[in-house]
Write a protein that binds this ligand. Structure first.
Ligand code: PLP
Length: 393
């Protein structure tokens, strides 16, 4: 513990960005992420400009800020900025692919049976085009590669999978799965929202064709922000289902808007259509700046070591851990269950320890600014429960 706290000193200064930590133990980033103070300040500056309290060069500054976002994200997932586009949420991103690929009657899409609905409905919507959806059976609630291999047959064209499963935190082995997709000629789509901002990822090593991610959870950004990655290789396969004036290369030329023959951006910006939620994007840019200062590897290390402490305790208690403890499959989410789990969730909330209740389990999801003491606080509550046999299965 002492060693862990020492290695945490570098991150300590960032705790000041989250003043609510004085009153609340927030262990719920898998649900939504609080925005850091610096992001709040930037967003406020933008609203001040909108309300003309302050004069700001809106175009240069805001379009420059969006370029920055694309660059930060590209660095985070080891892509090129030209492969990153902005979307309001994960679902919108997934719809870019589901509506942009050229489907034929009888084409098959592979999904996990334990997928968050955001990564199911955009595909179910294709049933009307005669596309068949095949759900891959999980094992103990975890995605299973053997079952994937068994499910692949000649009609399969695409696999869409979460980086991290939302309720038990199972981190999928995207490198192995990506290789399978390449060999079997499957378009590989990833819902990144429960991993990105917490775990390191290299999209090209994982041979991901398309990834969508909302900014509202681990990326500590506002609701209404998100991004997608479309690999240069896969770009040709997708046509924009929606098309708009900000998808063409207008070069911010306000003097010549009646020219209606501009070419789409050669980058994936061609999938962006109209005026953006600038205020929330300022939040996103500022939060991403924070991540770029810290580095994702340091974030991942800290989050896993916070959860190590909880795992150590749970393993020696009668409480049932629902997450995989295989290092290859661990993430920022740890789930466990007791007999009266929803009551326990309420009890924790009353004690201002915020977690979520999903699939009859308590889901704990700390971030880099959480302290080891906060995890100890949670453990202290659980220890008391251990004496209350009604909570234990
Ligand atoms: C795996 C996963 N995907 C997507 C979402 C949300 O999708 P969207 O950003 O479209 O609201 C969530 C949670 O809200 C999630 O857990």
């Amino acid at each position: 513990m002492a060693l862990k706290i020492a290695s945490d000193n570098k991150l300590k200064k960032y705790r000041r960005e989250f003043p609510f930590t004085k009153n609340v133990t927030f262990l719920n980033h898998a649900s939504f992420g609080p925005i850091p103070l610096r992001a709040l300040k930037k967003t406020k500056e933008y609203y001040d400009a909108l309300s003309l309290k302050k004069i700001m060069d809106m175009d240069e500054a805001t379009f420059g800020m969006m370029d920055k976002i694309r660059t930060y994200i590209a660095k985070m997932i080891k892509a090129k900025p030209s492969e990153i586009g902005l979307v309001p949420n994960t679902s919108y991103g997934l719809n870019i692919v589901s509506n942009g690929l050229d489907w034929k009657r009888g084409d098959k899409i592979l999904l996990s049976e334990v997928e968050f609905p955001a990564n199911v409905y955009p595909w179910l919507n294709l049933k009307s085009k005669g596309v068949v959806i095949k759900f891959i059976k999980s094992k103990n609630g975890f995605f299973d590669i053997d079952n994937l291999l068994e499910a692949i047959d000649s009609g399969c064209r695409l696999l869409s999978l979460s980086y991290v499963q939302f309720f038990n935190g199972f981190k999928n082995d995207l490198k192995t799965i990506g290789k399978i997709c390449e060999e079997k000629n499957l378009f590989f789509v990833v819902d990144g929202i429960q991993g990105i901002g917490c775990l390191d990822l290299d999209v090209s090593k994982c041979k991901i064709d398309f990834l969508a991610c909302g900014g509202q959870k681990w990326l500590l950004s506002s609701l209404g922000t998100g991004f997608f990655y479309l690999s240069e290789k896969a770009k040709m396969k997708i046509k924009p289902a929606f098309f708009g004036w900000l998808g063409v290369d207008w070069k911010m030329n306000w003097a010549d808007l009646l020219k209606h023959n501009l070419k789409p951006f050669s980058s994936v910006r061609k999938f962006e259509i109209g005026t953006y939620p600038f205020s929330t994007l300022w939040t996103m840019c500022s939060s991403l700046e924070l991540f770029s200062e810290i580095g994702l590897k340091a974030v991942e290390k800290k989050v896993l070591s916070l959860l190590d402490i909880l795992i150590d305790y749970l393993q020696n208690s009668p409480i049932q851990i629902k997450s995989s403890l295989d290092p290859k499959h661990r993430s920022g989410i740890l789930s466990f269950s007791t007999k009266d789990c929803s009551k326990l969730h309420e009890l924790l909330s009353r004690k201002k320890i915020l977690t979520s209740f999903r699939e009859n389990s308590i889901r704990v999801s700390p971030h880099f600014y959480n302290s080891f003491e906060e995890i100890e606080k949670l453990i202290q509550v659980l220890k008391k429960l251990n004496n209350l046999t009604s909570f234990i299965r």
